[in-house]
Write a protein that binds this ligand. Structure first.
Ligand code: C5P
Length: 234
């Protein structure tokens, strides 16, 4: 790409586009266990860029601000230049994943209201859980900002949960990242099968990155990502 690279993560590259915008390039890589397992799935970057675009547009149409501006090409997004806060914010509707390992909670338990958690982005320390005091100490989110973020998480959940249910899909949990844009907290990063847990409503078949985390072959993973994209785009 003919632009200056700003940063590169495990699955995306950020380029400087113009004064107010970055380009977000979605790679074909897939990783799990904080980078312990890593593979390439040709075409995955396109699927994830397109999935993210659909979901960012959906949120924008409901008045929820995201960094999404438009597409540069099929796997590259034009986004607002946010100053990212290195925190992963997770909302859980149904228990699975790290919470059932950390706390005495059974797989499949429903949370009403949903549970919201904050984690520090730190692969070396396996993304430790943060409370409000930690976030104030590290100057990540003030208490007021953390509450604001929780409110946005609930709004996003209301929109996404309903949208997926209409497609016969269950949203177990999802992760968002936020950044500052002209003093506002705005949703950045991505919304894809890498950052959400989605199960088929009737069979509870796993469609998301958990199939890869559990060791499935790359062909099966790609088929799931393709099927999911087809279901949300029709
Ligand atoms: O692993 P855990 O149960 O905490 O994950 C909660 C949600 O956050 C899942 O949807 C997972 O895909 C997402 N997540 C993520 N990036 C991480 C860790 C979790 O997108 N580094």
């Amino acid at each position: 790409m003919d632009f200056t690279k700003v940063s590169e993560g495990k699955t995306k590259i950020v380029y400087d586009y113009d004064k107010d915008h970055y380009l977000l390039y979605y790679k074909d890589s897939i990783t799990a266990g904080d980078g312990a397992r890593k593979d390439e799935i040709p075409g995955k970057g396109v699927l994830n860029a397109q999935t993210s675009a659909i979901l960012f547009r959906l949120l924008e149409s409901k008045g929820i601000e995201t960094h999404y501006v438009g597409m540069y090409d099929e796997r590259t997004m034009i986004v607002k230049k946010l100053k990212m806060i290195p925190v992963e914010v997770v909302l859980r509707n149904i228990a699975t994943g790290s919470i059932v390992k950390r706390l005495p909670i059974k797989e499949g338990e429903r949370f009403d209201p949903p549970i919201i958690e904050f984690f520090l982005k730190d692969d070396e320390r396996h993304d430790p859980l943060l409370n409000y005091s930690h976030m104030e100490y590290f100057r990540l989110f003030s208490r007021k900002e953390a509450e604001q973020v929780e409110e946005v998480m609930k709004q996003v959940n209301n929109v996404l949960y309903k949208f997926f249910l209409e497609k016969g899909l269950l949203l177990y949990d999802f992760k968002l990242e936020f950044g500052k844009y002209q003093d506002r907290l705005v949703i950045g990063d991505e919304i894809t099968l890498d950052s959400m847990r989605i199960r088929e409503k009737d069979t509870l078949r796993i469609l998301d990155k958990d199939v890869y985390r559990k060791g499935a072959d790359l062909d099966t993973v790609k088929k799931n990502y393709e099927e999911f994209f087809k279901r949300i785009s029709t």
